[in-house]
Design a protein. Structure first.
Length: 151
């Protein structure tokens, strides 16, 4: 238990965290790229995951690229796969001397999606969603394998 506490203290997760609702309020208040934008929102996830869906107004710079490349100007809000993903990236950036304010999304992008907040991207609908709203048709019937009698 002490090692988990030491690990949490070493990454200092509590001071930099934004809940998904707090980030949504920041976006709604000034817009993600407006003149009063609070910070640059960077999605640290892989490009394929970013293309599928992401926080509106965010920019995709995978964590490895961000750490090894030139740092963007201004304050940053990082969105990762998890809180630990973005916290680790923050540790690397601070070790490199990035002195501006860096915050990150609590729970990562999964927490954003779990709260059904707006996303942008190429979201593909699965078969059950395509047939939703058709009277008398249930997705469980579509996905059930055919029985030998039906064949």
């Amino acid at each position: 238990m002490a090692s988990a506490l030491q690990k949490e203290e070493s990454t200092d997760l509590s001071g930099d965290l934004l809940s998904p609702r707090q980030l949504l309020r920041l976006l709604a208040g000034s817009g993600p790229n407006g003149p009063d934008a609070p910070a640059l929102i960077i999605d640290l996830r892989a490009r394929s995951r970013y293309r599928h869906s992401h926080v509106p107004g965010s920019h995709n710079i995978p964590s490895g690229w961000l750490i090894s490349g030139e740092l963007p100007d201004g304050d940053l809000i990082l969105v990762g796969d998890s809180t630990q993903h973005s916290a680790t990236t923050i540790d690397h950036l601070q070790a490199q001397g990035h002195a501006r304010r860096i915050r990150h999304l609590a729970g990562g992008f999964g927490a954003w999606q779990h709260q059904h907040l707006p996303v942008t991207g190429r979201q593909r609908k699965g078969w059950p969603q395509l047939f939703r709203g058709i009277p008398g048709l249930r997705p469980s019937r579509l996905l059930r394998p055919a029985s030998p009698q039906e064949a």
